[in-house]
Write a protein that binds this ligand. Structure first.
Ligand code: BG6
Length: 502
């Protein structure tokens, strides 16, 4: 097998990138800006080339102009560097292609030969920024068109299917052409700086290593709130809902990173094996727990930041009697020795007051309490991990209140690590920059393995089936609120509350 050449330059391997869906929203908003940033930072090899593929008939020059415009829109002015834009745009080519028919794919192999100045074998990275229904056809056609070899990799976006069965069909179709070791399933949350920091925080700090279990942690809270609604994606979202769109992938990945045992090393499979154990240990919801422990919601019209916004059923293209949920809150648990008896409270919703993703680890109280009885509720530490915005970590600790008249009154205060002030020079890269770089380097640890997808679907499918049997519509919540009142009741019935320090 031909290894990717230039081993002396492993940090910037040469690749040919074939980007399917080159004029789609994901490519324009995320992928070109991410690739541009990599280029600007010197992380794209000079010989790396990018071929945009889409159905539209567009000349290569017009395509390059379109990408230049998109950079002007989605990259901050202070980060738009004329020379870097010019260099990046010069890497681009365009090929009009009907993805579903095999004819035409040979042109990809021809393009690769045409743009190469030497005879080395470089990996072809195929990025499928297209609906999952096309993944199988594209993979088969790439093979029939003799575009692939043993170095080729494929990158696929979520959602991988709609349920367990459809995810198997999609994975089978990709798997007929690519082995698992060359399939990169994106969950963009895994590329976020703070999400990766969970691994460093947990496994590099002995302080947390010794405390990270049911003896010391009382409960875990994860909130992923979005201010946006469905952004013109009614067709996709109404079929999916917030459970499939956000919980099946992003929130469960966060649960895995919080709950998993230490991997033996940082190899992709060592990490993914541990994550799969958590997904297998996630408790299914029994019928009698469903009403107590899960709340589905759907937003109605409301106000965000002083601006009126429509309800879900009034969104563009809406079907007026949809029961799709735009909010989910749940209390779940991981049935193993480390986490027995520790609830994981998860909530995620659209049209909430803030864009906010955070994880709160609530530590247990001391076994014997000696301070003011009125302050007993205060007396526990919390670790607050803020994923976005304002990435940072804070440990809430108790100290004595100052002042001569306060006696031994306690007060809470944070030990605070705010990334942007602690490390001011460093730009926090977008998740896609890191993920694209890892694909180029051929490292899979930030990508989701097939069994992870399947176990996550198993768990979600059982919840969706239970909802269906129950037949209750989602509870309404006004846009701009933190979800249905029932989601607050869900946690207060356990004598707790959502952490609200924003
Ligand atoms: C996507 C979902 O995977 O994640 C969107 O399909 C959601 O509905 C988005 O808005 C949220 O990502 P982020 O990075 O903005 O939190």
């Amino acid at each position: 097998m031909n290894a990717c050449k230039r081993p002396e330059d492993d940090s910037r391997p040469v690749i040919d990138l074939a980007l399917f869906g080159a004029l789609g929203d994901l490519s324009l908003r995320k992928l070109y800006p991410a690739l541009y940033h990599l280029d600007r930072e010197g992380l794209l090899h000079d010989d790396t080339r990018i071929l945009g593929l889409a159905r539209q008939e567009v000349k290569a020059d017009a395509f390059r102009r379109r990408v230049t415009e998109t950079l002007q829109t989605y990259v901050k002015d202070s980060e738009l560097d004329r020379e870097a834009v010019k260099r990046f745009i010069a890497r681009l080519d365009y090929l009009q292609l009907d993805f579903a028919t095999a004819e035409g794919y040979r042109a990809i192999a021809e393009w690769r030969t045409a743009v190469r100045r030497d005879t080395e074998a470089y990996p072809l990275v195929v990025y499928l920024a297209v609906p999952a229904s096309l993944y199988g056809d594209i993979c088969r056609n790439l093979q029939a068109g003799e575009c692939l070899d043993e170095l080729s990799r494929v990158v696929v976006e979520k959602p991988i299917g709609y349920d367990f069965e459809s995810s198997c069909e999609i994975n089978d179709a990709i798997g007929e052409v690519f082995p698992e070791s060359r399939i990169y399933r994106i969950d963009h949350y895994l590329g976020k700086e703070t999400v990766q920091n969970l691994i460093a925080l947990r496994f590099a700090n002995p302080l947390f290593g010794t405390q990270w279990n049911q003896n010391h942690i009382s409960h875990v809270e994860i909130t992923v709130a979005e201010r946006v609604g469905i952004e013109g994606r009614w067709g996709y979202f109404d079929r999916a809902g917030q459970l499939r769109d956000m919980v099946q992938n992003h929130l469960l990945q966060l649960v895995c990173l919080i709950a998993m045992d230490p991997p033996a090393n940082l190899d992709a499979d060592a990490i993914r094996d541990e994550k799969v154990k958590i997904l297998k240990a996630l408790q299914p919801f029994s019928e009698n727990r469903l009403n107590r422990d899960v709340v589905r919601g759907q937003y109605i019209a409301g106000t965000i930041n002083g601006k009126s916004v429509p309800g879900y059923l009034e969104e563009e293209g809406a079907n007026r009697d949809s029961d799709t949920e735009t909010f989910v809150a749940m209390k779940t648990s991981v049935a193993n020795w480390r986490w027995a008896g520790v609830p994981f409270y998860l909530r995620t919703g659209k049209r909430m007051p803030e864009k906010l993703s955070q994880i709160i680890i609530h530590f247990r109280q001391q076994p014997h309490y000696i301070f003011d009885p009125d302050q007993r509720n205060l007396a526990a530490n919390k670790l607050i991990i803020r994923l976005q915005p304002d990435e940072g970590i804070a440990l809430e600790v108790l100290t004595k209140d100052s002042g001569l008249d306060r006696g031994m009154r306690l007060r809470r205060g944070p030990l605070h690590l705010d990334f942007s002030s602690a490390f001011p020079q460093e730009r926090i890269p977008d998740a896609y920059e890191r993920l694209l770089l890892e694909v180029m380097k051929g490292r899979q640890y930030l990508f989701v393995r097939r069994d992870e997808v399947e176990h996550a679907w198993h768990w979600c499918d059982s919840l969706i089936a239970a909802w269906r049997d129950m037949g209750e519509p989602p509870r309404r919540y006004p846009a701009g609120s933190w979800g249905p009142v029932a989601s607050i009741a869900m946690i207060t019935q356990d004598g707790r509350s959502w952490y609200e320090d924003y």
